[in-house]
Design a protein around this ligand. Structure first.
Ligand code: ADE
Length: 259
């Protein structure tokens, strides 16, 4: 073999999926040697972030859009792992605005093929939940804890007194939950079926399903922007505008530093 036959070993490519453009913008600004590819009507940003080769993408909103983005990341960019960062509504007791939830597993709260399959079960998978990758998730938990310990010299408003990191079940559905009655009903229906959900959002379970199908490690971290209650429609945009991008930037930095 001649020397030009040898290929330099490539570091695994990490995909960072953001839910919101506000969260992604800060990451794009930090990207070294940025290259943009448009594929499937989406922008994919490749480059180096904190010394790691990454591709940044927006999930877009809802399960199908997020599944398309995840599939493109795997098929077109051959990513080795996917990290999702975003915001979520707190559903579990004690999951408050400013807390961070690291997913242990995911279900689709709007999946109901009963009576053919039990409520919430994923047809033809024989399961209700998809699991986050344990090793990747341990790194995300450490990154989330370090994020809350971060001193935030840039912006004192970020200091949420007593903010916590939670680890557990995340529920996704094609609904923005913004009513106290609606979130109470959702919590009760899920609990009655044995699912004690910490937070609700609109994409994670779909990406988890795609990653399960392709055997790609997946982890997800969500900052709580609202309590999915009657105040959610005002809490959510304020949080996204003022806070979410700073959490995402620090969590991603600390996570990539641990790879
Ligand atoms: N993402 C953030 N808050 C949410 C909510 N209340 N419902 C669904 N997705 C969300």
């Amino acid at each position: 073999m001649t020397s030009f036959d040898k290929k330099a070993p490539q570091s695994p490519l990490t995909a960072i999926l953001s839910a919101l453009a506000e969260e992604q913008q800060g990451l794009i600004e930090l990207l070294e040697q940025p290259r943009k590819t448009v594929h499937a009507g989406r922008d994919f940003w490749q480059g180096t972030l904190h010394g790691q080769p990454v591709v940044l993408a927006l999930s877009r909103i809802g399960k199908v859009a997020a599944a398309t983005t995840a599939t493109a990341l795997i098929e077109r960019f051959q990513v080795s792992r996917i990290l999702f960062t975003g915001v979520a509504g707190g559903l579990g007791d004690g999951v408050e605005v400013g807390d961070i939830v690291v997913a242990k597993d995911f279900l689709q709260h709007d999946m109901d093929a009963s009576p053919l399959f039990p409520r919430y079960e994923m047809p033809l998978y024989g399961r209700t939940r998809f699991h986050a990758d344990a090793a990747l998730t341990a790194l995300v938990q450490a990154a989330a804890t370090a994020t809350l310990e971060h001193s935030w010299p840039e912006d004192g408003r970020l200091a949420f007194a007593g903010a916590k990191v939670h680890h557990g079940l995340m529920a996704s559905g094609d609904q923005f939950i913004s009513g106290t009655r609606e979130s109470d009903e959702l919590r009760q229906s899920l609990s009655a079926a044995g699912h004690h959900v910490l937070a609700v959002e609109m994409e994670g379970a779909a990406v988890a399903q795609v990653c399960h199908d392709y055997a790609i490690p997946f982890a997800a971290v969500r900052t709580i922007s609202d309590r999915a209650d009657d105040n959610a429609h005002t809490d959510f945009p304020a949080f996204v505008r003022d806070i979410a991008s700073q959490y995402a930037r620090v969590i991603v930095e600390k996570f990539l530093g641990k790879l």
